[in-house]
Design a binder for this molecule. Structure first.
Ligand code: GDP
Ligand code: MN
Ligand code: MN
Length: 299
């Protein structure tokens, strides 16, 4: 077997409205079963997802988190706007974005964007993978797959790798269950995350810096499917995810610890009361009073 990774040359700095499919077809030869791997950075630029941090208006929640992790409240607000859940607030924000993908800062990134601009991830990357893929298929008459990627850190190991965040015409996970190993033993649990592996391989020639190589054609694999597939197939259910569950419970414990003791004087007597921060009313409230009588200690 031979696997070929080919950079698409002559890609300009992508602007809003550019036609990535056209750029692929103009600058490279496409064959049946090719996988077109595209860095999310240029997909986001094509859609026009650049923004300025200074234009964000931080809520109280963004200010609170910014105090913990040292980022600007405006940046934290941008991350919160793209997130459906926050797994860690400090030392960095690990969040689930609106598409179900868990990553640092919701994938908001300032590299390869220019000036002070920031770039968000597309909220529905499968849709853009399909749009670009169908365009390439129409122009070339070939059957192809598309993977949109982003560079992510991962648990347990140093170093980042490219991963799939959106796809078209490829099943992201190859099931080996039921197949035999070298000695005839039937495999029971092996599932290979091929979309991430292809993304990682393509990044060997994309790089992270100034190569100017956001699109790589992968030839030699037989992963094409006309079946409807979705990147969602790669995201584990939150309730079955041990790591997500432990991060959430650690966060909950930490929040409990953040409660404070306040010394107040009641009828001339000093007493220490446990207080918690009520985000809705934006103030500390005495726990017992709040719980039992529904009044806050400032009353
Ligand atoms: P990400 O992993 O999707 O966040 O993208 P990166 O910022 O790591 O960039 C991946 C590759 O795309 C690198 O080779 C960059 O130099 C290249 N790249 C990013 N934006 C552009 C662009 O607008 N035009 C070109 N030609 N290359 C770009
Ligand atoms: Mn990125
Ligand atoms: Mn990258």
């Amino acid at each position: 077997m031979v696997l070929i990774l080919k950079a698409v040359e002559n890609i300009p700095l992508i602007q809003k409205g550019d036609d990535l499919a056209e750029l692929v077809c103009e600058n490279t030869e496409i064959s049946d079963n090719d996988i077109v791997v595209i860095a999310s950075t240029v997909v986001s630029k094509m859609i026009g997802l650049t923004f300025y941090e200074k234009d964000m208006i931080p809520t109280f929640e963004a200010k609170r988190i910014a105090q913990l992790n040292g980022k600007s409240p405006e940046f934290v607000q941008a991350v919160l706007d793209e997130s459906t859940g926050v797994l860690t607030e400090t030392p960095f924000m690990l969040v689930r974005n609106k598409n179900g993908h868990i990553c640092i800062n919701a994938g908001i990134d300032g590299s390869n964007v220019g000036g002070e601009k920031l770039l968000k991830l597309p909220q529905n990357p499968d849709k853009y993978a399909a749009e670009i893929g169908k365009n390439i298929e129409e122009k070339t008459g070939k059957k192809i797959s598309v993977i949109i990627t982003d560079t992510n850190g991962r648990a347990f190991k140093n170093g980042q790798t490219n991963v799939a965040v959106g796809l078209y015409n490829i099943k992201p996970i190859k099931k080996w269950i039921g197949e035999k190993d070298l000695y005839g033993k039937v495999l029971e649990i092996s599932e290979e995350a091929v979309a991430d592996e292809i993304a990682g391989a393509a990044n060997l020639i994309m790089g992270e810096g100034c190569y100017g190589c956001p699109i790589v054609i992968v030839s030699g694999l037989d992963f094409y499917t006309a079946e409807k597939t979705s990147i969602g197939e790669m995201y584990r259910d939150e309730k079955d995810d041990l790591i997500v569950q432990s991060l959430l419970s650690a966060k909950e414990k930490k929040e409990k610890k953040d409660d404070i003791k306040v010394r107040i004087y009641r009828d001339g007597e000093a007493i220490d009361v446990n207080c918690f921060f009520d985000e809705k009313d934006n103030m500390y409230k005495e726990m017992s009073f709040y719980k039992f009588e529904g009044v806050n200690f400032e009353d």
